[in-house]
Design a protein around this ligand. Sequence first.
Ligand SMILES: *[C@@H]1O[C@H](CO)[C@@H](O)[C@H](O)[C@H]1NC(C)=O
Ligand SMILES: *[C@@H]1O[C@H](CO)[C@@H](O)[C@H](O)[C@H]1NC(C)=O
Ligand SMILES: *[C@@H]1O[C@H](CO)[C@@H](O)[C@H](O)[C@H]1NC(C)=O
Length: 506
Amino acid sequence: MSSRLNLNRAGLLAVGLAATSSLVAAGPCDIYSSGGTPCIAAHSTTRALYSSYSGALYQVKRGSDNTTTNISPLSAGGVANAAAQDTFCARTTCLITIIYDQSGRGNHLKQAPPGGFNGPESNGYDNLAGAIGAPVTLNGQKAYGVFVSPGTGYSNNAASGTAVNDEPEGMYAVLDGTHYNGACCFDYGNAEVSSTDTGNGHMEAIYFGDNTVWGSGAGSGPWVMADLENGLFSGLSASNNAGDPSISYRFLTAIVKGTSNLWAIRGGNSASGSLSTYYSGARPNVSGYNPMSKEGAIILGIGGDNSNGAQGTFYEGVMTSGYPSDATENSVQANIVAAKYATTSLTSGSALTVGSSISLRATTSGYTTRYLAHTGTTVNTQVVTSSSATTLKQQASWTVRTGLANSGCYSFESVDTPGSYLRHNNFVLLLNANDSTKQFNEDATFCPQSGLNGQGLSIRSWNYPTRWFRHYTNLLYIASNGGVHTFDAATSFNDDVSWIVSTGFA
Ligand SMILES: *[C@@H]1O[C@H](CO)[C@@H](O)[C@H](O)[C@H]1NC(C)=O
Ligand SMILES: *[C@@H]1O[C@H](CO)[C@@H](O)[C@H](O)[C@H]1NC(C)=O
Ligand SMILES: *[C@@H]1O[C@H](CO)[C@@H](O)[C@H](O)[C@H]1NC(C)=O
């Protein structure tokens, strides 16, 4: 019996069996396959990308005992079993250690090694993403994306079946169009096998962000561009393509594809509607891009030389063999829309009331009389009681505000210094005046979770989901569990990041 898969006009996959027949919604890779341009890599922490795929989507590692578990779809072709992650990671921290390739080629993405640039880990590797930074729902079922903070990166420098040199390929990714920056480079796609810059045309990857060092598009960004090495390109030339729009859909479909002296950038809203073509034409008219010298490694969240200053969120993406037709990609977009990506709560535990004043008491044994307070710009813990001076009571009281960078989280304004907020800088928590910049807003936004030690709340950074409010030597940091800084020490981590919330002293 033929094992060929046939797509009918409704976009459904008819699987012919001798006695029974069933209709299963085709996945993106079934669609690429029927278009003659099969996936050679398929990555997603949110869902299966083939209708028949029921294997592992990703692996997480928890901080409590360093053990790992695989997260799979709830059923073949389905959404990830996020509840399995929540159970495994309860009362501890979790990192995404592997994003599995669903294509069967073993092109898994793992912690990116040092290259032209070193990562922040002690061995020069990039950081791994926290497992809870990008919660979403697909058709109402919870799943988690990959929230890439600066310093985070994944790669596979020994991928099989990827395009090399001028061979044709396509790729798409579903991203968060509101999570980006201007640093180099939030990429997904084809890169150097050495994690170093080996010259023009040695990459072909989707880029998303508002970097303007090389090319740019219309408006002030962010843009979908192509990272072709030694340049982010929006079109024919190395500069501006006014046809490449600023685009910031909460769920964004981004496409790059390339073949012999032809390439394209396409994009659209992953939650509705169709794709638009922002560029389709000749290779950049700068030496080194025609023909291309693609090398066939796969990167996520970094540039080809491991430049790792960028941020973004990845939900799913694939790379193909062959140059997909626009029609095939349009069907994939319809499939993505039908997956119904939507936002969900970024917090857990008891809710905070915007506008209320709160105080936060440490729960670590020996420190339970201390409250999160400030002395000038320094944020610390101090012993505070009902008979403390009014000045100290005010220094230990915080007005809850809607998150400056994300309304699903919170910011904390000083009661005695209105207009100043808790924000982190170099992972140190500070009290700084609001300067209205995007960076300030992001550094001042925090997403509380149920306390990791079972008490109160643990308050994680929005833009660094692996990092939490922690007292260490009576000073405040945003700390990761077992990271490279002294204040990241694993010892007593859960206690040091758990805070009892009460009505503010003032
Ligand atoms: C987990 O591994 C790290 C680094 O390998 C180590 O520092 C830490 O102590 C381990 N934690 C546990 C709970 O075993
Ligand atoms: C490359 O293309 C751009 C845009 O059409 C054009 O302005 C520029 O002169 C071209 N450069 C070369 C070297 O052909
Ligand atoms: C931040 O400051 C700007 C002006 O400096 C002001 O317009 C804005 O309302 C302030 N935002 C908050 C949340 O305090």
